[in-house]
Design a protein around this ligand. Structure first.
Ligand SMILES: Cc1cc2nc3c(=O)[nH]c(=O)nc-3n(C[C@H](O)[C@H](O)[C@H](O)COP(=O)(O)OP(=O)(O)OC[C@H]3O[C@@H](n4cnc5c(N)ncnc54)[C@H](O)[C@@H]3O)c2cc1C
Length: 361
């Protein structure tokens, strides 16, 4: 039996799942191949989406476009699958200096922050547990996505509809046809690779400068403190229930790429919580994963120079939840209508070789 679809997708992490959903929303058909035995970054992530990011705390890149899209996209998915994976929750940023407080109060006058800053708390929130001599800021249009809930809902549905194949994709068996590709018994107009960190085995995109970043997370349970905000200062405390259970994240480690959690990572995370929250807690679990990140922290989205039917959707780095819905639609627009992608995500923005050449000049 042979199958004909519009899109064949490789990888059912966040990228492949959101892309497949967007394919369906646009009226096209798909099949998705995923090796469930491989480690997957999406299932270990905190899932936080946050309009104010980075050490310097700035409005995240393309924030307005990304957030308009994600706020529509995830609730629709939840409704379709009858699950609750999208969890809007304000973020509380306790200031660590007078300067930060002053900077943010003046920044808040700028229109670009209008829909994101909920209010300033002069005395700070949760004063019993969080010392904030300089008060804090409450940011809205933020929260988290319970990614495993979403991936499992999609998986069940796709399996039932014969759209998901659980196997390792074998690159040697991909054939290029006149107007598409063939893989075993599947003929597709386009193939989209969404393999996260496993992209290193992909022969069609060898030139892209990926820089994987390891991350570790802890689950802890506070004895008394109960938060109904994500608390953010050099990392996040994400309350997941009313019993004091919180995810604590995350570390960023560029050099060491061992996937397992380390004592060093644990220490770093505990230091963050000890410096921020005055309460006892117990450690419940500790885990890690590798973010599929890139040399300039922008995704890699586009078409192979070897074939107009072979594409990639990867490099979502630390922001998969915010980036995936918007850029899935942009990639489909590009494929179907030839529209341009923003320069920052294009595959030809600067190849590894170009960078080496620049450095050696
Ligand atoms: C510790 C940590 C914390 C994070 N916290 C956040 C956060 O708070 N907010 C946020 O937005 N992002 C966060 N991230 C980042 C987020 O996890 C990623 O941006 C996103 O999940 C990447 O999704 P992906 O689908 O590209 O990759 P993956 O989730 O790794 O999925 C790739 C899939 O492809 C499959 N695959 C690969 N090769 C093959 C093959 N040859 N054959 C078959 N299948 C294949 C794999 O089985 C896997 O299922 C975090 C990441 C980590 C590690």
């Amino acid at each position: 039996m042979t199958y004909t679809v519009d899109y064949l997708i490789v990888g059912q992490g966040l990228a492949g799942t959101i892309f497949a959903e967007t394919v369906q929303n646009n009226g096209f058909s798909f099949k998705i191949i995923d090796n469930a035995a491989l480690k997957n970054s999406s299932r270990v992530a905190g899932g936080v989406y946050n309009p104010i990011t980075g050490r310097k705390m700035v409005k995240t890149w393309m924030c307005d476009d990304l957030f308009d899209q994600l706020e529509n996209f995830y609730p629709q998915l939840d409704e379709k699958y009858g699950v609750k994976s999208f969890k809007p929750m304000n973020i509380y940023f306790p200031f660590d200096s007078q300067e930060k407080q002053t900077d943010w109060i003046s920044a808040s006058a700028d229109d670009k922050y209008e829909s994101y800053i909920e209010e300033f708390h002069k005395e700070g929130l949760y004063a019993e547990y969080i010392q904030a001599d300089f008060g804090g800021m409450e940011v809205t249009r933020s929260g988290y996505v319970d990614i495993p809930v979403l991936l499992d809902a999609f998986k069940d549905y796709a399996l039932k509809n014969n759209q998901l194949i659980n196997e390792e994709f074998d690159y040697d068996q991909l054939e290029q046809l006149e107007g598409g590709v063939r893989y075993k018994d599947i003929t597709a107009k386009h193939i989209i690779f969404c393999e996260g960190n496993k992209v290193e085995s992909n022969p069609y995109f060898t030139n892209l400068d990926f820089r994987p970043v390891k991350g570790e997370l802890l689950m802890i349970k506070f004895k008394n403190a109960r938060f109904n905000h994500i608390v953010n200062r050099n990392g996040f405390i994400l309350p997941i229930d009313e019993e004091g259970n919180c995810k604590l994240g995350a570390t960023y480690e560029r050099v060491e790429q061992m996937e397992s959690p380390t004592e060093k990572g644990k220490r770093q995370l505990l230091e963050k919580v000890d410096n921020l929250v005055n309460d006892e807690y117990e450690i419940l679990s500790h885990w890690s994963g590798i973010r599929p990140a890139t040399f300039d922290r922008r995704p890699f989205i586009g078409t192979s120079d070897k074939s107009k039917n072979i594409h990639i959707f990867n490099g979502l780095g630390a922001k998969g939840v915010s980036l995936a819905p918007y850029f899935s639609q942009l990639l489909i627009n590009k494929i179907e209508t030839g529209s341009d992608l923003p320069f920052e995500v294009r595959l030809d923005r600067l190849s590894k070789q170009q960078r080496i050449n620049l450095n050696t000049k």
